[in-house]
Ligand binder design. Structure first.
Ligand SMILES: Nc1nc2c(ncn2[C@@H]2O[C@H](COP(=O)(O)OP(=O)(O)OP(=O)(O)O)[C@@H](O)[C@H]2O)c(=O)[nH]1
Ligand SMILES: [Mg+2]
Length: 621
């Protein structure tokens, strides 16, 4: 099992040196880093224990100007190695990094009190340093982490550090079930480096979440629309066919748009990842927030959000429905981001302010695509709190789905179709009944469905095609439950038969029937218009059997249709009937004849053979 551990700590406190002593790998690989003796870019090293436990280290810079790079490294780690120089004690970036780790909610950590060789055995100073560090760390999410005294130069204390790393691997694995942060999810990799390799093309690196991933797999590029294929996989510079997930991975990828890949992109097969400019998040204040500091963060103030290896301008929404504060002081807020970000519920985030620079809040994504349009009205404090509580790590997983449904009112279901929140379903059901009650003659099914669709879309954001499916299901449900009744195409209240058509409609029906009583009738639409016959008049003619409809727009007066049927049968009895013979006998055209023959065939009046139509099994004697 592989666990990703990120370093953190003030500049020059010995992070990179300690990793070199532990792993033999120099994470400072850039010439400029080596020349200046400081980390600039995120670096990598790894330690494989004999027992199969593996630690992949992500080494970050401590420089105050490089906090952005620190967050690229810290965005996808499982655990932390906080490094503090024993001769210097906690300094500005010790506090700042600790604040960021706390914001990200990281809790599995080891604190390395390093450079103890410089103290030259001054045990009092060492004890005091330990004590101060204990007090600091215990105020943060890293509370209770072991503190190990080490030296990256002499190697003192490294055995104890290795032992603590083994324990740390087990702790992370125990928490996530398998050493992977999101093991039950499909593979996802937040890109932290992109480079070209001669002859092989583009290679990206990152910490592989979820999984597994195999050579040949395809991954979506988010944001964006690209889809890439994994041509080659590498772990610790060695080619592999498959990675279970967890740990650092290098992917040689091919496909359209591969040349536009950059840090911050997400490669994923996880449908739960949404590309969004609006997020619903739960924020908590920094662990070292100054007393009286503004909380929750001011609405609309310019901020910057960091998620995974990506970052963007951001602002907290200020609408009445945009947020609410929970009993524990955490705050549910809508976050608008300046450019589309790829996120999923559960992703950790840090909110920073540009001036004076600093961390404003940490948090977690509750909903990557919060309600839009009419559903925004549903964002009541109660529903927001319910979602925040359901998203807590120890809550049951079905609770999140239920809370999201209550918040949105309607959501696509996992299978085909849509789910409705029960309050929406109830309202729509009573709407439908009220609409039918208000129509004493009943109402056409299509018209009722249209009304229900409009009612639904006034209340919650549902695409029209989905709303039509929902409305059809809902009406069918009301009929099945006996709240409504269906008669032909007419919906009415149960126990009350639909009243007959009005006198005007009756007259128009007579006219329409007359217009269709010819062997080659006009289209039904044209005839109905000419007769002034409304749709329910057509339905009434049809259900009374006065007209026979073969296609949407093709119908005969039933008397004429019967005559045509009799003629066809008479001819077929004298020998196999060809379409042309029926056409000539009836004085129509091929269009009518084909529709008629097909209909007779379907009803078993005639039977189609190679030679032509002959009397069918249901032909009258
Ligand atoms: N004596 C002594 N010197 C150390 C020790 N660890 C690091 N140093 C020295 O401290 C300086 C900084 O070490 P780095 O490992 O580069 O520090 P860093 O924390 O990685 O620094 P940034 O990446 O720039 O934040 C170097 O000159 C190291 O040789 C140690 O345990 N003992
Ligand atoms: Mg360094």
């Amino acid at each position: 099992m592989t666990v990703v551990v990120g370093t953190a700590g003030h500049i020059d406190h010995g992070k990179t040196t300690l990793l070199r002593a532990l792993t033999g790998i120099d994470a400072d690989r850039l010439p400029e880093e080596r020349r200046r003796g400081m980390t600039i870019e995120v670096g990598y090293a790894h330690l494989a224990f004999d027992d199969g436990r593996v630690v992949d280290f992500v080494d970050v810079p401590g420089h105050e100007k490089l906090v952005g790079n620190m967050l690229v490294g810290a965005g996808e780690i499982d655990a932390v190695l906080l490094v503090v120089a024993a001769d210097d004690g906690p300094r500005a970036q010790t506090f700042e990094h600790l604040g960021l780790l706390d914001a990200l909610g990281l809790s599995d950590a080891i604190v390395a009190l390093t450079k103890i060789d410089v103290l030259r055995g001054d045990s009092e100073r060492l004890a005091a340093g330990r004590e101060a560090l204990r007090a600091l760390v215990d105020r943060s999410s890293l509370a209770g982490s072991p503190i190990v005294a080490v030296s990256g130069t002499t190697g003192e204390g490294l055995d104890e550090l290795r032992q603590e790393l083994r324990t740390l691997v087990d702790r992370v694995a125990g928490r996530t079930g398998s050493g992977r942060a999101v093991s039950e999810h499909p593979a996802r990799l937040a890109v932290d480096r992109v480079f070209s390799v001669k002859g092989r093309g583009t290679v990206v690196t990152g910490s592989l979440r979820g999984g597994p991933l195999e050579v040949g797999d395809s991954l979506d590029v988010r944001p964006g629309r690209g889809r890439l294929r994994v041509r080659e996989l590498q772990v610790h510079n060695a080619r592999v066919e498959r990675i279970e997930g967890g740990g650092r991975a290098a992917l040689n990828v091919v496909g359209p748009g591969v040349d536009r890949l950059s840090r911050g992109a997400l490669l994923t097969a996880d449908p739960a990842v949404a590309v969004t400019r609006r997020l619903l998040v739960r924020l908590h204040p920094p662990f070292d927030a100054a007393p009286g500091a503004e909380w929750p963060p001011a609405a609309n103030a310019p901020l910057r959000v960091f998620i995974g290896t990506d970052q963007a301008d951001a602002a907290v929404g200020r609408g009445r429905t945009d947020g609410t504060t929970l009993d524990d002081g955490s705050h549910v807020a809508t976050l608008r981001v300046g450019c589309p970000m790829a996120v999923a519920a559960g992703d950790r985030l840090v909110l920073r302010r540009p001036v004076p620079i600093g961390t404003v809040a940490g948090g977690v994504v509750l909903d990557a695509s919060p309600p839009t349009g009419p559903s925004r009205k549903r964002m009541t404090p109660e529903r927001l709190v319910a979602l925040a509580m359901a998203a807590a790590p120890d809550a049951d997983r079905g609770a999140v789905a239920a809370a999201r449904l209550a918040l949105h009112g309607a959501l696509p279901s996992v299978g085909p179709g849509w789910l409705l929140a029960s309050d929406v379903a109830d309202l729509l059901g009573s709407d439908a009944i009220a609409i039918v009650e208000a129509a004493p003659d009943g109402i056409g099914h299509a018209e009722l469905r249209g009304d229900v669709v409009r009612g639904l879309r006034r209340r919650v954001a549902v695409p029209i095609a989905a709303a039509e499916i929902v409305a059809t299901d809902l009406i069918a449900g009301a009929i099945a439950a006996g709240h409504l009744a269906l008669d032909g195409d007419l919906v009415h209240l149960p126990g009350r038969a639909a009243a007959g058509p009005s006198p005007d409609t009756l007259a128009a029906m007579d006219r329409l029937e007359f217009l269709l009583a010819v062997t080659a009738p006009p289209s039904l639409g044209d005839a109905a218009r000419a007769a002034g016959c409304p749709p329910d008049g057509i339905r009434a003619l049809e259900s009374a059997g006065r007209i026979t409809r073969l296609e949407d727009d093709l119908a005969w007066a039933t008397s004429t249709y019967r005559n045509l049927e009799g003629e066809a049968l008479r001819l077929a009895r004298t020998g196999p009937l060809a379409p042309a013979a029926l056409r000539d006998a009836t004085g129509t055209s091929r269009k009518y004849v084909m529709a008629l023959l097909e209909d007779f065939d379907r009803r078993g009046i005639l039977r189609r053979t190679q030679a032509g139509h002959v009397p069918g099994p249901r032909a009258p004697r």
